[in-house]
Design a binder for this molecule. Structure first.
Ligand code: UDP
Ligand code: MG
Length: 132
């Protein structure tokens, strides 16, 4: 069993697809171990995405991620990290495979509906960030 962190981003919350995304999470065999809704400050968004601090999209991304409520979920499943990233699809919704969450609900490479950890180390850090 493995754990990963998932986020339903502000664009998907505004679009009212929280329910659809959570249904998909359960249909994919994930157990939801913890879940909460919150509104990140700009400073918290910058901390969470610190790894991207030198990227050209850092300011815009952290503005977006602090622009509205998000839902944060702690998920458990066999191969959770890789499986959740497959369910999300590619970062750019236009490149994501049909049926993936980003293809279904994403708007742009920035406003792409969902987040997922990318490695066991990242998952541990991200889970600690939200669920101490
Ligand atoms: N992002 C962006 N512009 C880009 C690449 C990424 O705004 O050119 C945003 C997007 O919201 C993405 C997040 O930054 O989900 C983190 O980027 P990463 O490369 O880690 O993609 P992910 O792991 O989310 O697929
Ligand atoms: Mg990433």
């Amino acid at each position: 069993m493995e754990r990963t962190l998932a986020i339903i981003k502000p664009d998907a919350v505004k679009k009212r697809v929280i329910g659809k995304i959570i249904q998909r999470i359960e249909d994919e065999g994930f157990e939801i171990l913890a879940m909460k809704m919150l509104h990140l400050t700009k400073e918290e968004a910058k901390q969470f995405y610190y790894v991207h601090k030198d990227k050209p999209f850092y300011e815009s991304l952290t503005d977006f991620m602090s622009s509205g409520r998000i839902v944060v979920l702690l998920l458990e499943r066999e191969n959770a990290i890789k499986h959740w990233r497959e369910v999300m699809g590619a970062t750019d919704p236009a490149q994501a495979k049909p049926g993936t969450l980003r293809r279904l609900y994403g708007f742009s490479v920035e406003r792409n509906a969902v987040h997922g950890s990318d490695s066991p180390q990242t998952a541990e850090w991200e889970i600690q960030f939200f669920f101490k």
